[in-house]
Design a protein around this ligand. Sequence first.
Ligand code: SF4
Length: 363
Amino acid sequence: MSSLSSPLAHPFFASALLDWYPRHHRDLPWRHTRDPYAIWLSEVILQQTRVKQGLPYYLDFVTTYPTVQELAAAPEDEVMRHWQGLGYYSRARNMHHTAKQVTSDFGGQFPSSYEGLLQLKGVGQYTAAAIASFAYDEKVAVLDGNVYRVLARVFGISADIAAPASRKVFQQLADTLIPATSPAEFNQAIMEFGAIQCTPVKPDCLFCPLQGQCYAFQHGMVQELPVKSKAKASRTRYFHYMVLRYEDTVYLRKRTDRDIWQGLYDFALTETDSSDLPPTDLLDKVEALGGKLDTSSVEEPAVAARHVLSHQKVEARFHAVRLQAPLSAAALAATGLQAFTQAEIEQLPKAVLISNYLERMGF
Ligand code: SF4
């Protein structure tokens, strides 16, 4: 058990966690490094991603780009390709941008303090605290979903964890709990405790070392805490993809708007208010792109697919269209479409929805 300094509030808490952690934690590669770059990579990858899903991506990134300079120098498409399948693609773009910022503005060295780390794009309070404590042993408490849950239950806090104003309440408490002697291990311990012991559903209260002091357990409120207001309802979007093919090539374009899948490649797209798009409308749209149709109709049936994201559902239909002639240079310039061969398409970063479709079509 670690020794704790006297000003620490509720010393039972850090003591129990630091005793629990070495015996129960999972052995994960980013816990064996003090390299801020590798720690930062793991934190970016694990945001909104489960450890099991993120682990192979972490290993791939540290192997492909062992230093922040190598990541910064990589082409964006290549970085996005490595990220493919992990979702929340703005993380990958921000990560790439941050790598460039560290290289150009900080001489390739991550800032060595919490406050310094906050200057980096895409590095918020949580990530800065994680890097500062894990890499530099700075005494700054992390707050993530696991930490909110553990604190709300153990200390009986009913502030809504989805409300930004609640952050201060939890941060102030966490700052009084973290011991100066082992901030990194404390932060690892509280997050791991939330991930595997004090879980959202069916926490293991029976064998919990905090059971005697836990407000939620003692008051029968484990199911009620933490309080979290409902996220807003998700909306459904209807995407009609025109998969234009000419000879052995398929036309794709890079999504550049500030929208889902920015930086990834998809096909010519029409978004509508419903899942139906009359074939004549579709043909008109193809011709509006400057496409000369091979036949008078679109290949049927359209392939339907659904993709569920955090705040929206995409109902997609893929309409395969053969062209009689390649799209003109003017049409390419106006639409952003480019013709790609199968080998080239394999190298492009794409949303899972698009990859699955291509795979299904034997591409
Ligand atoms: S007793 Fe249950 S609710 Fe309380 S900290 Fe332990 S696992 Fe979480």
